[in-house]
Design a protein around this ligand. Structure first.
Ligand code: AMP
Length: 442
C-alpha cells in the first residue's frame, strides 16, 4: 500500500514525496477515509505512529481557500514544543498549497501574535491557554472553524486543561468535525468525548500500553539515590553506544539536582528541560539535543509525550513515573521510525509498586540486569530516604482546654504556611507512600 492509493491531490502527493514518505502507516491508512467521510473521530495512537500526518492529510485535502482568512482548522496540543513540531509538519505538507499556518503558545507576546493573526490565516495550532486568551481578547475569530483536532487529549486532561478545552469548544461553531487523538482512553477522555463529540468512530493504531517491539528494555535494581547517580555515571562513561541519551526524572527539583551533578562531568554535553525553564531555554535545550551538541538531556515528563527527536539511542529512567502510561511514553522517545532503541531503568525498592503497575500495563516483565562490576554502592542516604522515626505518643496529663481555644482566631493568626519544603517534595517521590495519581507539574 502506498500513499498513491489514498487518492490524494498533487500538492499533497508532491509534499509527501519531498519528505521521502511513500508508505502510509496503519493509523494513516485507517484514519484517512473515516476523516474524509466527515465523521467525528476518536483516534487511539501514540506518538511515533504517524498520527499527526494521519489527521493532516485528510484535513489538508478537504481544506478550501476562503477569502475571509479566519482559520478553518484548529489544532490544540498540550505543550509549546508540540505546537512548533505540528506547525513544522503542516508547513511541510502544505508547502504546495496556499494554506497559511500559525502556532500560538503562552510565554510569548500576545500583541505580536494578535497582529500576525490579523494578517489572515487558515490553520491555527496552539496550547489551550493561549488560544483562549486570543479568543477572549477578540484577536482570534474561531467562528469559521470547520475542523477541530485535539491531540494528546489524555495528557491535556492530566495537565488540567479540561475547563480551558471546554471554553474553547464554546467559542467554536456547533457544526464542525471533531477529531481527537489520545494514547490512552481514560474515563476523563471518555467523558469529554461523550459531552462534545457526535458518535465518533474509533480508529486505533496499536493497542495502548503494548511494549514497543523495537525497544530493548532492561532495568537495574538500585538500593538508593546516590548509587543511582554512580550507576548513571558508570553507564554513560562505559557505553560508547550511548550517543543520544534522554534521562527522565519525575520532578523539576530532581532534574535540576541531577543536571548539577552530570553537567559537572560533561559540561558541554548535558542539557536540562522542565516546565520552570523559560521558553527560549526549552527550545534551545531540545535543539541542542536534536542536533547532537548535547549527548544527554535530563527531562521531566513534559517531553515524554509527542516530541519527535531523531535517533535517541537510549532512554534512561532515573526513576519510574507514578503513572504507568508515562513509562510507555518515555521509552517511546527511542526506537522511532523502525530503528532499534534501548531503555534502561534504575529502580529503587521504593518504586516496586510503580514497576508492578508498568509491567501489568505492558503485560511484559522487564529483564533485570546484574549491577555492573566496579559500581560503587553508596550507603549514604539522602534526606528523603532516611526513615523518619515516629515519636511515641506519650500520654501524660491531658492539658485543660481553655475556653479561648474555641474562640474565632484573629485574622493575622489564621495564616497558613503554604511553603513546600524541598524535603517534603522529595519525600513525596521517594519516602513514605504517596497518593497514587497525584499530579505533579512537570
Ligand atoms: P507522529 O506519530 O505524528 O509524532 O510521527 C512520528 C514521526 O513519524 C515523524 O517524524 C513523522 O515524520 C514520521 N512519519 C509519519 N508518517 C510516516 C510515514 N508514513 N512513513 C515514515 N515516517 C513517517
Amino acid at each position: 500500500m502506498t500513499f498513491r492509493e489514498l487518492n490524494l491531490n498533487n500538492p499533497l502527493w508532491n509534499a509527501l514525496n519531498d519528505a521521502g514518505l511513500s508508505k502510509p502507516t496503519t493509523i494513516q491508512l485507517k484514519a484517512f477515509s473515516v476523516i474524509m467521510s466527515g465523521r467525528d473521530v476518536q483516534g487511539i495512537a501514540q506518538t511515533g505512529t504517524g498520527k499527526t500526518i494521519a489527521y493532516l492529510l485528510p484535513l489538508l485535502k478537504m481544506w478550501q481557500f476562503s477569502k475571509k482568512r479566519h482559520p478553518q482548522i484548529l489544532i490544540v496540543v498540550p505543550t509549546r514544543e508540540l505546537v512548533v513540531q505540528v506547525v513544522a509538519q503542516v508547513k511541510e505538507l502544505a508547502k504546495y498549497t496556499n494554506a497559511v499556518v500559525m502556532g500560538v503558545y503562552g510565554g510569548t507576546n500576545l500583541r505580536t501574535q494578535a497582529a500576525e493573526i490579523s494578517d489572515g490565516l487558515d490553520i491555527i495550532v496552539g496550547t489551550p491557554g493561549r488560544l483562549l486568551d486570543l479568543g477572549y481578547h477578540g484577536a482570534l475569530n474561531l467562528k469559521m472553524i470547520k475542523k477541530l483536532v485535539i491531540d494528546e487529549v489524555d495528557e491535556m486532561l492530566n495537565l488540567g486543561f479540561r475547563s480551558q478545552l471546554m471554553h474553547i469548544m464554546d467559542l467554536l461553531p456547533v457544526k464542525r468535525q471533531n477529531l481527537m487523538f489520545s494514547a490512552t482512553i481514560t474515563d476523563d477522555v471518555e467523558a469529554l468525548i461523550n459531552e462534545y463529540f457526535n458518535a465518533p468512530e474509533k480508529v486505533e493504531a496499536a493497542p495502548s500500553g503494548s511494549p514497543l517491539s523495537n525497544i530493548n528494555q532492561c532495568l537495574y535494581r538500585v538500593p538508593n539515590f546516590n548509587t543511582k547517580i554512580h550507576l548513571l555515571e558508570l553507564l554513560v562513561a562505559a557505553k560508547n553506544d550511548m550517543t543520544k541519551v534522554l534521562i527522565f526524572v519525575s520532578t523539576k527539583v530532581l532534574a535540576d539536582e541531577l543536571y548539577a551533578v552530570i553537567s559537572e562531568k560533561y559540561p558541554d554535553q548535558t542539557g536540562v528541560i522542565h516546565s520552570n525553564k523559560d521558553q527560549n531555554f526549552r527550545f534551545n535545550a531540545v535543539n541542542k539535543f536534536q542536533d547532537g551538541t548535547y549527548r544527554m538531556l535530563i527531562a521531566t515528563d513534559i517531553i515524554a509525550r509527542g516530541l519527535d527527536i531523531e535517533d535517541v539511542s537510549h532512554v534512561i529512567n532515573f526513576d519510574l513515573p507514578d503513572e504507568p502510561q508515562n513509562y510507555v511514553h518515555r521509552i517511546g522517545r527511542t526506537g522511532r521510525a523502525d530503528k532499534k532503541g534501548e531503555s534502561v531503568s534504575l529502580v529503587g525498592d521504593y518504586e516496586t509498586d510503580y514497576l508492578k503497575d508498568i509491567q501489568l500495563l505492558m503485560k511484559y516483565d522487564i529483564p533485570v540486569l546484574d549491577l555492573p562490576e566496579g559500581l560503587i554502592i553508596s550507603d549514604v542516604l539522602t534526606d528523603f530516604e532516611i526513615p523518619k522515626v515516629q515519636m511515641k505518643n506519650i500520654l501524660g496529663k491531658i492539658p485543660k482546654i481553655k475556653e479561648e481555644a474555641f474562640q474565632e482566631k484573629k485574622a493575622k493568626n489564621k495564616k497558613v504556611n503554604n511553603k513546600v519544603r524541598h524535603v517534603t517534595i522529595m519525600q513525596k517521590k521517594y519516602g513514605k507512600p504517596k497518593t497514587r495519581g497525584q499530579k505533579k507539574k512537570t
